[in-house]
Unconditional design. Structure first.
Lengths: 201, 201
């Protein structure tokens, strides 16, 4: 039996996912063929089919990537004693990475597919729910610890924080000159003024 | 010569745009044919072609709608003496309307097209720039009038406010239970704590 090199397997998988992302951004999910993804990944169809049998499997792998990035984001927040500080650090890492990877353009393709394909929708909606549930829990804990203002409603605030991050990630599409570093200080000021435990009513 | 009834013309145009939006949401911009838009609008191809000769013309009309909604949004802010109050009112009208019209799903289709079609991109990017330039101007005036905190950077804040609104509009896609009224008070609190002239440093 042929031995599988797990590192090589992982690298090849990433290579295909990156190629697929480039194709989806360039021509859309439905217009991109497996053939084009092969050319972009510089792999033969036989080699590619060993990893993914269809575009659906590729988009499921993108959902899995999204799940693991969400987990990473949430873990990063928890590495800090203060929710506000942890959240800002995690947002900075995430948005810097998103902008570098042209994530917003891929996200638009993925979201278009989410609105049409219930199976795909289920995966991304589950990731989103995980994000929200965890943020609500962290906000509740932070309120107990006295590091977040006790008058805020955790559920509404979690939703608003997610909306704000997603909105910033999307800015790159309509503002070609968008630089995260130009809004990061204002974002930090807004979030910390809002959430800090000692703010006046 | 046949007389044109301007009211009827306007209604028919809207009827087509609404039908096109339904088709684009259902199957995507590229998968939707003029034929399908005709069926959805319950019009003959001959009748429809009198209004729009191509899908490109339809998406240009959607860009024009977007421009007029942006103008309406900006006008609504200026009907109030306080920027913060005006902004919140305008946001409430806009988001309520967006959610009612399933705007987020159409926006995803439009944004996907923006990433691929430079001619379409130009129109939406111009609308976005108009939004930003006007918000920066309003923030500068509000700082002069003493109704907005003078330490904020108008350019960064305008960008952040746009991101926040767009992020909220997009929430309906990944959170099927999203209700704007559940986040509106938190949004108002966050914006007003951040922008109010008398906040502590």
């Amino acid at each position: 039996m042929r031995k599988i090199d797990p590192d090589l397997h992982h690298r090849r998988r990433l290579q295909i996912l990156e190629a697929a992302a480039i194709c989806f951004i360039r021509r859309g999910f439905h217009q991109s063929s497996m053939q084009e993804i092969c050319s972009q990944a510089k792999m033969s169809p036989g080699a590619l089919y060993r990893y993914f049998e269809s575009k659906s499997q590729i988009i499921e792998a993108i959902a899995e990537e999204d799940r693991s990035e969400t987990k990473h984001f949430l873990d990063e927040i928890q590495q800090h004693d203060s929710f506000i500080e942890g959240f800002m650090q995690a947002v900075k890492s995430r948005i810097t990475q998103s902008l570098k990877e042209d994530y917003a353009r891929l996200a638009v393709e993925v979201l278009a597919e989410v609105t049409r394909n219930p199976k795909i929708a289920k995966r991304f909606i589950a990731n989103d729910k995980q994000m929200k549930t965890s943020l609500v829990q962290m906000l509740k804990t932070a309120i107990k610890n006295g590091t977040v203002n006790p008058t805020i409603k955790p559920d509404a605030v979690a939703e608003l924080l997610i909306a704000t991050i997603e909105g910033i990630e999307g800015r790159a599409i309509l503002n070609p000159n968008f630089k995260f570093r130009s809004v990061a200080p204002a974002l930090e000021e807004m979030i910390s003024q809002f959430l800090r435990p000692d703010r006046p009513a």
